[in-house]
Design a protein around this ligand. Structure first.
Ligand code: SF4
Ligand code: SF4
Length: 458
């Protein structure tokens, strides 16, 4: 089944300006957020910048990835420049070879998780507006300077979050007929045509095996002169079950580890033990709050996952003679994706179902401040999920993710290493996943700040 062949929607998606229209709509929303961030109420639960960025965007992103694919990258306004002016950087230099690695994205992911806590972005409309502006400035600069789309391929932390979790998306770009691609002289899906740019993240359609790096821009479908690109419906497990879909590189393999660590540390950052830990570091003489937080996040998000990866590599050298340790780690790392997906869903879902209602009075307040009467803002809470269900739902989401991670460990090891003792091989992975799931269940039992909401904690 090919979404691009669906009546109406398929034709519209392939249209030259369809993406620009969607991005233009989101640009308008982003500008409203920046405007309200700088000029609107300073309380986070009354301002469009904080409510839309930290409650609605984060709450909806995993749902969208699971049911529709990477549609947030498709409509992302940060890459609008490339859509409306594709020739701008065509003669520019390539992104430096030394930076063509996911370690750059790892650094930016770490930076955004750290800044979020350090600057209390969720509580500051003004700081959130500055972050949105910085995002636009960096994205537009890189898009204008370099031939390819380095911001999307190597830098953007939001994009890399989406790429990792688009592994469970129900759609993927594919060639309809491999024979047509073999005979194709121009490879326009990659190189572009006069009218349409080629793939900004340098994916070549007949070789696409996963959603990694795919922004769903559909430029490949527009550029292909043979109408040979499809947006195929697939099983959400297809990409994670198959051990050959992701490149076997350490930088790529680190992304699922970082996501799992960040899913836990991000939730920890809203609970009392996190502040107790910062107090302990202060008593040890670390006076700067920023340095304390940096050290804690660096330890939790970079050092611990790095050490776990190193240990798993050592283990595989023992139980996988004949394979490079880094190959074994890279083959099994994507199996961690469902578990961290479940933890993020439990965390972001909590903020969404407790606070999504706040958008109605925020919009009413914004309209009233600008002379439009949409009724009196009502601030009574309307939880989408009854309070007695919050913790059971969170635990269920974590356990479902954990279950799929176990299943993916089994499937990937079975297909990649059929000859070896697989129980010994995956044993430490199961322990890591169990500890992470246990930590998540314990964290969600703690009082958690209801960020972006007029209420404080549960
Ligand atoms: S997808 Fe189209 S443009 Fe790309 S190689 Fe195949 S036939 Fe050529
Ligand atoms: S593969 Fe196609 S849809 Fe995906 S990023 Fe490249 S051009 Fe866009």
């Amino acid at each position: 089944m090919d979404v691009l062949r669906f009546p109406l929607i398929g034709r519209w998606l392939r249209g030259r300006w369809s993406r620009a229209v969607l991005q233009g709509g989101l640009l308008l929303v982003a500008l409203l957020m920046v405007y309200d961030g700088f000029t609107g109420p300073p309380e986070p639960h009354r301002n469009l910048a904080t409510v839309l960025a930290w409650v609605h965007y984060r709450g909806l992103i995993l749902l969208a990835l699971l049911f529709m694919g990477n549609v947030f990258c498709m409509v992302c306004p940060f890459s609008l420049l490339r859509t409306v002016a594709p020739g701008l950087a065509r003669r520019g230099p390539r992104w430096p070879r030394v930076l063509r690695t996911k370690w750059v994205a790892v650094a930016f992911l770490f930076l955004i998780f750290f800044l979020y806590e350090w600057l209390d972005l969720w509580a500051s409309p003004r700081a959130t507006a500055w972050v949105i502006l910085a995002y636009f400035a960096l994205a537009f600069l890189l898009e204008a300077l370099f031939q390819e789309s380095p911001f999307c391929k190597y830098v953007c932390p939001l994009g890399h979050f989406n790429y990792v979790y688009a592994a469970v998306a129900p759609v993927q770009i594919r060639a309809r007929d491999a024979q047509v691609c073999r005979a194709c002289p121009g490879k326009e899906c990659l190189n572009g045509s006069d009218a349409v740019p080629g793939c900004g993240t340098l994916l070549f359609v007949p070789q696409v095996k996963s959603n990694l790096d795919c922004t769903l821009c559909l430029d490949c479908a527009r550029a292909c002169p043979y109408d040979n690109v499809q947006l195929a419906l697939r099983s959400p497990l297809a990409e994670l079950e198959n051990p050959s879909t992701w490149p076997r590189r350490l930088d790529v393999a680190f992304l699922p580890f970082l996501m799992l660590a960040a899913s836990l540390s991000n939730a920890l950052g809203m609970t009392p033990p996190f502040y107790d830990l910062l107090d302990v570091l202060a008593r040890w003489g670390l006076a700067s709050a920023g340095v304390r937080m940096f050290l804690v996040f660096a330890a939790l998000n970079l050092v611990v996952p790095g050490l776990i990866m190193a240990f798993l590599g050592w283990w595989h050298r023992r139980y996988l003679p004949g394979y490079r340790a880094r190959t074994a780690v890279a083959v099994l790392a994507p199996a961690l994706v469902p578990l961290s997906f479940g933890i993020w869903a439990a965390h972001y879902g909590f903020h969404f179902w407790t606070t999504a209602w706040v958008l109605v009075p925020v919009v009413q307040g914004f309209a009233r401040a600008h002379g439009l009467d949409l009724g009196t803002p009502l601030w009574q809470p309307h939880f989408l999920v009854p309070p007695t269900w919050w913790y059971p739902v969170q635990v269920a989401l974590v356990l479902v993710g954990f279950g799929f991670t176990l299943w993916m460990l089994h499937r990937r090891s079975q297909r990649a290493f059929p000859q070896v003792d697989r129980q010994a091989l995956v044993f430490p992975w199961v322990v890591v996943a169990m500890l992470a799931a246990w930590a998540a269940v314990a964290l969600f039992a703690l009082p958690m700040e209801m960020r972006g909401s007029p209420a404080v904690s549960h």
